[in-house]
Ligand binder design. Sequence first.
Ligand code: HEM
Length: 444
Amino acid sequence: MTSARSASDPSPSPPPPPDAAPPGPRGGRGTGNAADFAVDPLGFLARCAREHGDVVSLTPSNVLLAHPDDIGRVLVDRGGDVVKVRPGERRRGGTGFPLAMMNSEGAEWSRKRRRLRPAFRSERLAGLDAAAADAVARTLDRWEDGSVIDVHAEMSRLAMHVGAVHIAGRPLGAEADALADAVAAIMRLTSSPVRLPAWFPSPVNLRLRRALRALDTALEALIDGHRPDGGATALGLLLEERPAAPFEEVRDELATLLMSGYETTADALTWLVHCLGGAPEADGRLREEARRGTADAGGAGGYVAAAAKEALRLYPPAWVISRVAVRPVRAGGYRLPAGTVIGISQWVVHRDGRWFPDPEAFRPERWLDGGGPGHRYAYLPFGAGPRGCLGASMAVREMEAVVRALRARVRLEPVEPEKVRARPALALQPLGVRAAVRRERPGK
Ligand code: HEM
């Protein structure tokens, strides 16, 4: 994948005439663009930005924004001009959990977000280090020196354990399979180039329906088994705050929190292992820091933190997000009418040479000594503004704790890294990341 542009590009072109439509492939019309997107979303979006600029018409009602000025305006400064969930949309079913905060808007969203926030504040995150150390220790007990592991499967187990302890207060037992199946079914559905309507009894839809039913049952068991924790966990907050949230809402909230905490973090950890496998020097530096112990765990900076940031830049699990304009929105001199669906792709912006020199290279050093992107809104692994990721600090802390604990004890030697592929489903999934386990000898 090549970068969209480089830092030496000439200054912006003259403003477009008022009410002109932004340029785009095939003049921004036709089903051809939708087909190209479906076949290779990452390549298509990167090409659009490279060839058509910072505001690109994908269809008459879909626009891609590639300039951080416009992205910041839409997500943060003029966040009131857009919505994430269109009225009526969330009730339509499919993969949605309609009562969850993530799928709400307006006052309802604000109330639900406020209720959950305490469980994700930094002072509540210290427990993650212990949960991660515990999960890693169990994992290492299972790994034999020299064996070849499926890194994504292993990181998924780890993330499931740590996420459930933080969100629900205990690791999942039988419920773990139901959650993993539901996430796999959603990923399969969202990565399919042809999406049939939810009512159609296709194998993918039927599998999803079955998986969601099983997940409901598993979540009910988790909720019924909750032991009061004074609101220390998100589940505690939902069940113990007065008034407690209605059962269906707790279930939807729990489903989305467990899912978002699980797949994205597992993907991010797997990509980080993949990146380190191809960068022996960076890996060596990270190992040194990991072996020095956990002294700066949770603190800002450090090489582990920089490596995690860099993996999230190159392989952002949230590779595209969207908003719908409820009022006209200005972007790059164009006026986008209400109703426009605005796409923002982390994959595109994070690999733009204007904000990240040598954008395709994995270079954790770019984040050290106060370094960072050439623009505040050019780095958005967790989104930005009021609807930014609720679990961002949790995810970062968890990634760092897991990698630190793992790397102090083992090296993961890449196996056939040339076969690794990115699958852009609801999250950017790594396919084919395998590694041979090499135990580090103490003191060496
Ligand atoms: C590496 C891991 C993660 C990544 C890359 C990620 C990314 C994101 C992004 C980009 C958004 C904003 C979406 C948008 O603007 O449309 C988001 C929202 C959200 N994330 Fe995460 N996330 C991660 C981990 C987590 C974790 C661990 C949790 C909680 C357990 C979580 C819970 C949420 C919730 C609840 C929202 C919705 C916020 C709202 O609508 O107000 N995420 N995430």
